[in-house]
Design a protein around this ligand. Structure first.
Ligand code: LLP
Length: 420
């Protein structure tokens, strides 16, 4: 079911007409569908039904909104967090500490301590150095910390270079060739219960083959570690499954992924963890925006200037990413346009030479597939504030994040007396 579909010529989120949200909450605004989140969460869980009690930890970075986390918590999801802030969000949303996995290459001492004090379920250790620090902190508390060692399998995930994480030159994890030695060293520490390994090779993967290659390397590593006498009870396979950003973009289905995982992990006899982010939230959200004006008369196609900008949705500017762009009340006419935001740099361009619905000043439109890495990557560049977020459920909706305007941000600033 498409949770963002036309009804009587007007784009709805479930049963709520988007013009109503624009009118009542203003634009730009992120609109999420609870039904879409739940459907994806269940599709992924069902795809893993052959496995024995996997932990599915939603990658909070994709969409950290408390209401979104709450929806997923109710679906039995845990959380993959990469900062103290994300950990606090997951806990606040009601996710049980033992379902929280803490990843990240630069966890500070304070963040390690927070995780220990909150008794989170697992730390994914990214380096020898981090392992030593974590073990010492745990030992000082008289506990043994449950952890996995993140391994860098040196696999090309064949995705955008900025979101590829499993190549040898990337900063993440311990090189596969050194994994056994580092594992042995860390496993011997007081305070450490090193119980397995973790990988995450990249995001927006459109092909299962790199994942399969990485899992095969983990298969060998687990066998080696066991042969050396280590008890391996947990393996974290990370996230990374892509979603389709264009109507014709083909990506692996959760079911195809699930079958591949079941085949590759057969006989591992471990508890598997998964960290999907984009797959769960990406197509559960749109960024609703209003056309400020259409500027004609240049050399190329007209500029459709919308009130959303690269600070609200950074992906096109950062990665050259494509987001489908559709009118909320399409007339049936088409145009070719450059879709741009108001920010003062050329990078604030959502699409160039795009065939899209014909739009005029005042019309509403959406950027689709904005439920993951949309609001979570917003900034206040050009003093534009932070966009509001709305969650729709059937024919009701709620504002789940207030708009934070430039004045509120300015309130946190001051001019020192010695400048006055
Ligand atoms: N686990 C770890 C350790 C990660 O670093 C990530 C994403 C995930 C899980 C979730 O990956 P997913 O299932 O969402 O692909 N801002 C970029 C994406 C960055 C992903 C970073 N790590 C974008 O907008 O495309």
């Amino acid at each position: 079911m498409d949770h963002f579909a036309l009804k009587d010529g007007v784009l709805h989120a479930e049963n709520v007409a988007l013009p109503r949200i624009a009118q009542e909450v203003g634009t730009p605004v992120y609109v999420y569908s609870r039904g879409a989140l739940v459907a994806q969460a269940r599709a992924f869980r069902d795809a893993l039904s052959e496995l024995d009690d996997p932990l599915i930890a939603f990658a909070v970075k994709a969409n950290p909104n408390l209401a979104v986390l709450n929806v997923l918590q109710r679906e039995g999801y845990g959380a993959d967090v990469v900062s103290g802030g994300e950990m606090r969000r997951a806990l606040t949303a009601g996710i049980a500490p033992d379902k929280i996995v803490f990843s990240g290459v630069g966890k500070t001492r304070a963040e390690l301590e927070l995780g220990l004090d909150e008794r989170i379920g697992q730390f994914n250790i990214e380096s020898r150095e981090e392992g030593h620090e974590l073990a010492a902190l745990a030992a000082a508390r008289g506990i043994r910390v449950d952890a996995c060692l993140r391994v860098n399998p040196d696999v090309d995930a064949k995705t955008h270079e900025k979101i590829s994480t499993g190549k040898a030159e990337n900063k993440f994890g311990v090189p596969l060739l050194r994994a056994r030695e580092v594992f042995a060293e860390l496993a011997a520490l007081d305070g450490m219960n090193l119980r397995g390994v973790a990988i995450h090779i990249g995001s927006q993967l459109s092909d299962l083959e790199p994942l399969e290659t990485a899992f095969a390397k983990i298969d060998t590593l687990v066998a080696d570690l066991r042969a050396s006498g280590f008890a391996i009870t947990h393996v974290d396979l990370g996230g990374g499954l892509g979603v389709s950003y264009r109507k014709d973009e083909v990506v692996p289905t959760p079911a195809e992924y699930g079958r591949m995982v079941a085949r590759m992990t057969k006989g591992w006899d471990v508890r598997l963890t998964f960290e999907p982010g984009r797959l769960i939230a990406g197509n559960a959200g749109v960024l609703l925006t209003r056309v400020v004006r259409v500027k004609r008369g240049g050399n190329g196609p007209p500029f459709v200037i919308v009130d959303a900008a690269m600070n609200d949705l950074a992906r096109p500017a950062l990665y050259g990413a494509w987001h489908d762009f559709d009118a909320v009340e399409p007339s049936g006419e088409r145009m070719t346009a450059n879709i741009v935001g108001p920010i003062c740099e050329t990078g604030d361009t959502f699409a160039t030479d795009r065939d899209c619905d014909a739009l005029e000043s005042g019309d509403l439109a959406v950027f689709r597939t904005a439920g993951a890495y949309g609001a979570s990557m917003a900034s206040s560049y050009n003093s534009r504030g932070f966009v509001a977020e709305v969650l729709v459920d059937g024919d009701r909706y709620a504002v789940v994040a207030d708009r934070i305007d430039a004045a509120a941000i300015m309130d946190a600033e001051r001019v020192p007396e010695w400048l006055a």
